[in-house]
Design a protein around this ligand. Sequence first.
Ligand code: NAP
Length: 272
Amino acid sequence: MTTKIGIIGLGLIGGSLLKKLRENKDYELFAVSGNEKTRKALQKWGITAGEDIKTIKPCKVVFVCSPISKTVEVLDKLEGVVSASTIVSDVASVKEFVGKKKRPYKLIGGHPMAGTEKQGFENSFKELFEGAKWVITPFCNYEKKDIDLLKKIIETTGAKPIEADAKEHDYAAALISHMPMIISQVLFKSAKDNKLAMKLASSGFRDMTRLACSNVQMAGDMVKYNKKNIEKAFDSFISSLNSLDGCYKEEIEELKKLREKMYSKEGKNIIK
Ligand code: NAP
């Protein structure tokens, strides 16, 4: 028997998820998109796609892939649509706020640790999650078999599911994702008015400022929804900067060794 899976919001993450899952004959897909062009493309692939959230009513598992700031609104709407046995999982980059309210369905938060600076269905691609970690933060009404089913679906995308506490996730995400994005933006801001610097900038500056091109809606939401943890991450950044005094060479040598062991040749994080 096939598992019916619904995806709400067919942007970069929702679109990539759908493009990968549609290859698997064990899954029957249902999609909710506000974009007519996307719906037509999905219908051509034989996927049930509608504008109304009720389109996903028959699903056993529903992924909410909307912007962070719309996630709670979608979770509220689902209360009148899905049954108590439905597993709902979001993909928002901040987790604690998602689980604040108890829901009449099974809520298991999620965050795929993969993305690009692009957005929208047209930029989504099925290989996006290959080799990435996918955090899951169980919130309410779930049983072990629900977590197992969600993990199985996540593994189908090529990602590795990792269970974590939502609060701990949010600080970790601030350290490795949200703070780096802000540093990238501020770095670009600091140099942008120096004409010579802008003319000379090469690959180092390009790599360090890539995140300044992040999805603007998502960047704004991250800063708003994870502000406290981002501030705490910057406290750690400043104290790390201050502690470099006096032993710069020794310490950067140690840091270099650790950083070199962190990613595979293909650029995937290999820390278990
Ligand atoms: P995106 O490409 O901009 O896609 C967001 C999609 O959400 C839109 O295309 C739209 O889909 C849908 N949407 C917009 N307003 C909505 C509303 N009011 N209700 C329901 N759906 C709505 O952004 P994304 O990068 O896929 O991000 C989506 C989520 O993934 C965010 O929560 C983000 O934090 C998380 N995430 C992003 C990344 C990343 O690097 N991009 C990585 C991990 C997690 P339709 O056009 O189909 O309606």
